[in-house]
Design a protein around this ligand. Structure first.
Ligand SMILES: *[C@@H]1O[C@H](CO)[C@@H](O)[C@H](O)[C@H]1NC(C)=O
Ligand SMILES: *[C@@H]1O[C@H](CO)[C@@H](O)[C@H](O)[C@H]1NC(C)=O
Ligand SMILES: *[C@@H]1O[C@H](CO)[C@@H](O)[C@H](O)[C@H]1NC(C)=O
Length: 304
């Protein structure tokens, strides 16, 4: 009887997720590599809304567990047109309703999305993005939080920090990561102008590691890289990440004060609110319309 109770408690404690589960992440594991397919079935553009954030927070908790045997995590998308559309911009409007806390209960002063992306940079595993589809706003900030980024040269791959066009800034620190990757001038050019970048140019600049002509070439390369890293002891991977992070990542303090708290103020501006409301209407509440597919070109129309 005691034995049975112990077993039951163990099963409960390993399956109980801290946040609600919405099934937006499909995972498969093989030899130390966890493949995660992001497929937000609540959104036609794979929005980084509370469903995805909640599922990611639960995933992170399992990856932080000391007993995990996962050494590499590969993220791809189940939506061929959108790797991650962007944040659900309703987040910035009054009346936004979410089961997630606004601030991470364990990291005082850090908003939930900022904590989520910071935690991803801290994972002991090597993390890789296999990008197909558009990835804008917090989607690109998510890419920045990963160790490595690869994409296809398909025209559906467009990356951008689009926040400036809303009267906002990349609030989870995306532009702060981009500056050391592609340089100060190019960061200003792409982020201030909210411009889309294609995969070939992104690879040339160092925004992503490498671009491939086909889905098969991308997948083969990423899976071989992941399998190779996963051969090595977990301690070596985590220890190497610690040093590279120390010299190439902005501090949490800078992210919170120079990005997160800035967007917190900007989001209150009537101009930002009005644009956000206009965007929600013009995109049919963030569905796969032309404005979402081709935001880099189409956004100018919102100012006419
Ligand atoms: C993603 O979800 C949609 C349902 O919204 C489904 O039709 C599709 O097959 C899924 N894609 C993958 C790769 O699982
Ligand atoms: C981030 O990680 C910390 C532990 O380092 C944890 O307390 C917190 O809940 C995590 N937050 C998210 C959103 O993953
Ligand atoms: C847009 O969709 C969200 C759910 O994703 C909903 O909460 C919100 O009320 C919708 N907004 C409009 C203007 O329809």
């Amino acid at each position: 009887m005691i034995f049975l109770t112990t077993l039951l408690l163990f099963a409960l404690s390993t399956s109980a997720a801290r946040y609600p589960s919405f099934g937006t992440l499909q995972t498969t594991t093989s030899s130390g590599v966890l493949n995660v397919v992001i497929n937000n079935t609540f959104s036609s553009i794979n929005l980084f809304d509370f469903h995805v954030q909640s599922d990611l927070a639960n995933l992170i908790e399992t990856l932080q567990a000391p007993d995990t045997d996962i050494r590499v995590v590969v993220f791809s998308s189940g939506n061929p047109d959108f790797f991650i559309g962007h944040i659900d911009v309703n987040y910035f409007l009054p009346g936004y309703d979410s089961p997630l806390p606004a601030f991470d209960p364990f990291l005082p002063g850090v908003t939930f999305p900022t904590a989520l992306l910071w935690n991803i940079t801290q994972l002991p595993q090597a993390t890789i993005a296999s990008i197909e589809g558009r990835t804008r706003g917090i989607g690109n900030e998510f890419l920045m939080s990963l160790d490595m980024r690869f994409a296809t040269t398909s025209p559906s791959v467009l990356l951008a920090q689009l926040e400036t066009s809303f009267g906002l800034n990349p609030g989870a620190g995306g532009a702060l990561y981009l500056a050391p990757l592609i340089g100060r001038g190019r960061t200003f050019e792409y982020v201030l102008a909210a411009k889309d970048i294609d995969a070939a140019t992104a690879a040339e600049y160092g925004w992503i590691n490498k671009a491939f002509d086909t889905h098969a070439a991308l997948t083969d390369y990423v899976q071989a890289l992941a399998a190779r890293i996963a051969l090595f002891p977990a301690a070596g991977i985590a220890g190497t990440k610690q040093g590279i992070n120390a010299v190439s990542r902005p501090s949490l303090d800078v992210i919170v004060h120079e990005a997160q708290n800035v967007i917190g103020v900007l989001a209150q501006n009537p101009e930002a609110r009005a644009f956000t409301e206009k965007f929600v209407v013009a995109t049919d509440n963030q569905s796969a319309v032309e404005l979402e597919l081709n935001y880099g070109e189409e956004l100018v129309k919102l100012f006419q």
